[in-house]
Design a protein around this ligand. Sequence first.
Ligand SMILES: Nc1ncnc2c1ncn2[C@@H]1O[C@H](COP(=O)(O)OP(=O)(O)OP(=O)(O)O)[C@@H](O)[C@H]1O
Ligand SMILES: [Mg+2]
Length: 405
Amino acid sequence: MRILLFTGKGGVGKSTVSAGTAAMSAARGLRTLVLSTDAAHSLGDAFGVGHALGSEPVEVADNLYVQHVDAQRRFEESWAEVQGYLLSVLDTIGVDRIAAEELTIIPGAEEVFALLELRRMAVSGEWDTIVVDCAPTAETLRLLALPEALGWYLERILPVQRTMVKALKPVLTKAAGVPMPGDSVFDALVRLHGELAEVRELLSGPEASVRIVLTPERVVLAEARRSWTTLSLYGYRVDGVVANRIFPAGGSDDWRAGWVKAQDDVLSDVGASFEGLPVWRSFYRPTEPVGVEDLREVAEAAYAWTGSVDPLAVPDTPAPFRTETDGETTAVRLALPGLAQWVERDQVQLGRNGDELAITVGAYRRLLTLPAALARMRVSGARVEGGELRVTFSRQTTNTESETS
Ligand SMILES: Nc1ncnc2c1ncn2[C@@H]1O[C@H](COP(=O)(O)OP(=O)(O)OP(=O)(O)O)[C@@H](O)[C@H]1O
Ligand SMILES: [Mg+2]
């Protein structure tokens, strides 16, 4: 099963290109699902089926199904138990019901549940291709950082909480009348934790990749470069770029000639910025591409630009995170492509705390839990070189203090 995610700045054509890619996959006879995690669903409009779409996949052509994830419903299914408990606590301490409901809605919840829905579809075994039309870049980056971040958090609070609850139960129930969480609350959290781990495995696995959609404009390109680095930091493979809404040359209009020239300049920078990745080109059409056929044509035309790359095949892009052992030392290599173009070397920071490595790139940070074998070793060096961060570990028992470089 192939999972393709499309992201990019607002309005660049993510929905158009993802819908088109899905239509193309379906036309090849692959059972294809395209779903959007963006709350502002527009797939229905692109396919010309309006808002007839529901939270379950709807067939719009042979082999082609579309789904608008109903985050609210998934939220209710997975979080209701935990929320119910939190509400009863807040009620006991006198928090007004409306305010309490606000408080128990976790930030980013909608996005988390969109991911859980993606997982449900992926494990159903029903699909050959799943195309995900993501929200604009910033939200997508937050979304894709969530499974690991939330997993990290749950791993740390779960065992502590369970022990604490056992110890405090008799005291608390008597003293303040605060209800204690039942096993079902913990079970719900444990299940959530497991499902998020699966989401992470699916999305960082070899069959999943992210494509960046952009329009040939400086500001859009700058954001696209940053997202390439950041996606890699979080462990996702980026396997290509779609440059959309390119003005075709021709005619004798100065205004048009001006745009064609300006876009050409940016396009050559796109090529240089995303070296090693296919850059597909999609021209500005005279009308909005709407409906299965139009969308499929847009995608076919774009992917034909680099004829040798099959846009639906599993890419041979290596995983951004790799380890290499050579005698007494092990090197962890984290690809941070495009880094040099937007970040100063000193904006990359590395911290170590026990079995964790905290990597900060500009405003983004990833807490990486080291494999057991590395956790026992000492960091003996770190450098940024050739688009990757390379951290070397030496075999020597660590002392527990943290080291920062
Ligand atoms: N190559 C193209 N030629 C002509 N019109 C296009 C092209 N690509 C996209 N459009 C149109 O541009 C508009 C925005 O496209 P689309 O909705 O796919 O962008 P998006 O990145 O998903 O936007 P959002 O960030 O709002 O989700 C739509 O009206 C779409 O039909
Ligand atoms: Mg969209």
